[in-house]
Design a protein around this ligand. Structure first.
Ligand code: CAA
Length: 291
């Protein structure tokens, strides 16, 4: 199964990172979003990140230009129909993802592989509502996509071998490493990472220690590149909460209960860096803890 054209649904943080690495690896990329501003913002972000890579000698100027020339944007979802592989990277809400797949299906080639960059939703359930569960799987990147080496590949119960091998070949061409996970809530990285972040929020909620101390302790005491609260702001607190809810509902174990303080931040619309406020306030020159 030869893959050359990649369709990406969603031009947010993950979508633009995926477009960046795919175009740099030589794939033709068609990126769609309902918002023209989001598409423009994504191209600006990709250009900025590629420029930085050129500046640091990681990418040649000619490769940057070729990568940018391989990216096309469209607000019309059906334009993605002729892609060989589609990666859905829209909002982490099952109803949104389902609606996207329903709208896409009438326009797809019979051979198109459909994947989702979901960080936690059941691949088997998403697949069962499409016309091609055997050609459906999870293709989960880590943030920031251009930097992080891992991609989780998740087979639904019906995913066939050819589909899995084709996705494995794409990951290899990206120069990244694939980890293959069974389809259980939150797969590998988030199953382990999110309870740690949630525990950090409980540690704050219970008044054990301050925001800054939690982060500096994990950086200095466990050699993490970012503290858990800083990382939560980076990922998005809405995404962290959504993943904890998937773990809580899907595994029915109280150890996954989301911290009420995490819920409170999300209710306030303080979702982290993307809204300029989360466990830190990013509106000034340096981030300032919000508690
Ligand atoms: N695009 C391209 N390059 C980027 C980038 C981006 N968006 N962000 C950072 N970089 C590059 C920088 O240019 C720099 O490159 P060089 O090594 O060539 O100089 C390198 O990454 C390091 O960046 P910085 O020096 O600016 O900053 P840093 O050393 O503090 O590293 C970081 C930044 C890589 C983000 C690091 O802090 C880190 O690894 N943090 C943890 C990230 C993490 O855990 N991600 C997983 C989140 S979980 C997830 O994604 C799953 C999910 O479903 C929620």
């Amino acid at each position: 199964m030869e893959i050359q054209t990649i369709g990406i649904v969603g031009a947010g943080q993950m979508g633009n990172g995926i477009a960046h690495v795919m175009a740099l690896a030589g794939y033709d990329v068609l990126m769609t979003d309902v918002s023209a501003d989001a598409l423009k913002g994504a191209v600006d972000t990709i250009t900025g990140n590629l420029d930085r890579q050129v500046g640091r000698g990681k990418v040649a100027e000619a490769d940057r230009d070729a990568a940018l020339a391989r990216i096309t944007t469209t607000q019309t979802l059906s334009d993605l129909g002729q892609s060989d592989l589609i990666i859905e990277a829209a909002t982490e809400r099952e109803t949104v993802k389902q609606a996207i797949f329903e709208d896409l299906i009438p326009h797809l080639k019979p051979t198109t592989i459909l994947t989702s960059n979901t960080s936690s939703i059941s691949i088997t359930r998403l697949a069962s509502r499409t016309d091609r569960p055997e050609k459906f799987m999870g293709f989960h990147f880590m943030n920031p996509v251009p930097v992080m080496q891992l991609v989780e590949l998740i087979r639904g119960i019906a995913t066939d071998k050819e589909t899995f091998s084709a996705c494995q070949a794409v990951v290899a061409k990206l120069g990244k490493t694939a980890a293959s996970a069974e389809d259980f809530p939150a797969f590998i990285v988030n199953r382990i990472l999110m309870p740690m972040i949630n525990e950090a929020v409980y540690t704050l909620y219970e008044g054990v220690v301050s925001v800054e101390s939690i982060d500096s302790s994990l950086k200095l005491g466990a050699n993490h590149p970012m503290g858990p609260l800083e990382l939560a702001d980076f990922i998005g607190l809405d995404t962290c909460l959504a993943i904890m809810n998937v773990l809580h509902d899907g595994l029915a174990d109280t150890k996954y209960r989301p911290c009420p303080l995490l819920t409170k931040y999300v209710e306030a619309g303080w979702l982290g860096r993307k809204t300029q406020r989360g466990f830190y306030d990013y509106r000034g020159d340096v981030p300032v803890p919000t508690r």
